[in-house]
Design a protein around this ligand. Structure first.
Ligand SMILES: Cc1cc2nc3c(=O)[nH]c(=O)nc-3n(C[C@H](O)[C@H](O)[C@H](O)COP(=O)(O)OP(=O)(O)OC[C@H]3O[C@@H](n4cnc5c(N)ncnc54)[C@H](O)[C@@H]3O)c2cc1C
Length: 503
């Protein structure tokens, strides 16, 4: 065998050899990076790797490339507690990626990340006390095998490869372009074009003001209205604190507490005095749009505020685009697409060159990974969520599902601390395995949806709630989506309450 053969065979065996880590993180988005930070800090002896399908870190903020892409939350709470945010509260995707990129560099995380690695299957063997993962790589199109003791799922909650587009009648007849924001063609030329955006969620509210200046006209077509929250771009308290040259860490901590306090007030009011809150939101709409605008039809939802995410519009930009006549809103139902636009149920037509389907996501439970425990396929819809983090009968695995009302990352941070505490607890006890299991007294629990419609009823969740795990009616089987409750329960969780079985 000559040297070239030796090199080739070594490379081949390296490519196909199984690689083992103490912890394997799926996803290098904001949750995965948080998990890696906590592992480095709290479990320094553990080896870990982070796998992601994409070519670079950032998850959501890498996938979405539509005009104006920005956060909906302020970065004092969407950013991490442990890394001050130095920009304006609402950030562009580019700024979020820069923030995450700085962390990767500062913390030396790059060496732990493998891009272009898609996890296809995850199989637990009780005999070996480990997970084996089949991973497809994008460059060589080969299957690699990884094993790990603990699997940390930071793969988000929706399918990244494609968004959700309802099957509208007559779509194939339309002669223009149909675009979903999640798979935005970077060369899409919309200058001088008539654009119709179907939907009125946060994505539509971001896209429309960002495109309005350049299009001939842009129309937001909605079946029913959404609440918008017109907020100043600037956080006056933060600007003032920064003028005092206080350390960034302090400014971040104060700004974060201030935002949390304000959110708490808004959330409380949404439950206790929804009418007053509604009038406040609609009053702002009236101020921007004028008294002659039909707020009742276009901006007055039938649900109470906060039952769906309140879509932030910085400095009222969406309202301003409408007021300036560059954008308009139509509340109606689609009868059919036609060759040059949309025919509505009312008989009206909307002419369009481009139709943007801002119609949401495809909820996806575990990154489309097929889970198997000791040879048996796992259907997560049959499993009970343990604090919405682990799942009954699924060993050594945690999932980060963040907050929907408060910033996602607030929960990601809390889950990260919980997982590290659990890993250290296992180490102290000399346990290799932890399995959530119902106690005798839990066996009469009535299942409730993972996220209850009464609490939060966004379309993408409601469409697919049947594929999500169940929650129970008592701790630790509850997933309240309430930061203030979990802030007490998760950090103080009793890891020996009989619901976690160690081996
Ligand atoms: C346009 C948009 C704006 C948003 N704005 C906000 C906001 O302002 N505030 C807020 O709180 N939330 C917001 N969200 C929700 C947002 O998704 C989360 O807050 C957060 O970014 C999720 O981070 P994550 O790391 O958990 O998951 P993601 O960002 O979804 O990242 C998951 C990563 O896992 C990878 N992955 C998935 N499956 C696999 C697999 N099988 N193998 C390997 N890799 C895999 C994906 O490629 C991806 O890179 C927004 C969502 C969208 C779509």
């Amino acid at each position: 065998m000559d040297i070239a053969d030796t090199v080739e065979s070594t490379q081949l065996s390296r490519a196909t050899a199984t690689q083992h880590f103490d912890v394997l993180i799926v996803g290098a988005g904001i949750s995965g990076i948080d998990a890696a930070y906590h592992l480095q800090k709290n479990c320094p002896g553990k080896s870990f790797v982070m796998l992601d399908t994409q070519k670079e870190f950032g998850g959501t903020w890498r996938t979405h490339k539509f005009p104006g892409i920005r956060s909906d939350s302020d970065l004092f709470t969407f950013g991490y507690k442990w890394k001050p945010w130095s920009g304006v509260p609402i950030a562009t995707a580019e700024e979020i990626l820069k923030y995450l990129g700085d962390i990767i560099e500062e913390r030396g995380l790059a060496q732990h990340i493998r891009y272009g690695h898609t996890v296809k299957t995850a199989s637990w063997s009780s005999k070996d006390q480990r997970w084996t993962l089949e991973v497809e790589t994008s460059d060589k199109k080969e299957t690699q095998h990884f094993t790990c003791n603990f699997l940390w799922m930071c793969q988000g909650y929706y399918r990244h490869s494609e968004g959700y587009t309802p099957d509208f009648p007559g779509m194939d007849r339309f002669k223009g372009s149909i675009v979903h924001p999640q798979t935005w063609p970077e060369d899409l030329d919309y200058a001088g074009k008539r654009v119709v955006v179907i939907g009125s969620g946060a994505t539509a509210a971001t896209l429309i003001p960002a495109m309005a200046e350049d299009t001939a006209h842009i129309t937001m077509l909605q079946r029913s209205p959404t609440y918008f929250f017109a907020k100043p771009k600037e956080d006056k308290l933060v600007s003032w604190l920064r003028k005092l040259h206080l350390p960034q860490k302090w400014v971040h901590a104060i700004a974060r507490q201030n935002v949390l306090f304000q959110q708490k007030v808004v959330t409380r009011r949404s439950f206790e005095e929804p009418e007053k809150l509604k009038n406040l939101l609609l009053g702002a709409a009236r101020q921007y749009l004028g008294d002659d605008f039909d707020i009742e039809t276009h901006f007055t939802p039938g649900y109470r505020p906060w039952r769906q995410r309140l879509a932030v519009i910085p400095d009222g930009d969406l309202y301003k685009a409408i007021r300036a006549g560059k954008a308009s809103v139509v509340t109606d139902h689609i009868e059919t697409f036609t060759k040059d636009g949309i025919l509505l149920k009312s008989g009206k037509t909307l002419q369009a060159d481009i139709i943007v389907t801002a119609t949401g996501f495809n909820l996806c439970v575990m990154g489309d990974i097929a889970f198997v425990v000791d040879g048996r396929q796992v259907d997560f819809a049959e499993r009970w969520g343990h604090r919405g983090i682990m799942f009954s009968g699924v060993p050594n695995m945690a999932w980060v599902f963040g907050y929907l009302r408060t910033s996602w990352t607030m929960r990601a941070d809390m889950v990260s601390a919980f997982v590290c505490k659990l890993l250290n607890h296992m180490q102290d006890k000399g346990a290799s395995v932890v399995i959530p299991q119902l106690r005798e007294k839990d066996k009469d629990m009535q299942p409730r949806p993972f996220v209850e419609a009464e609490n939060f009823n966004a379309g993408y969740l409601m469409r697919n709630m049947h594929i999500m795990p169940k929650q129970g009616d008592r701790e630790p089987w509850i997933f309240s989506q309430d930061y203030y409750q979990e802030k007490r329960t998760i950090p103080n969780a009793d890891l020996e309450d009989g619901t976690l079985i160690y081996q």
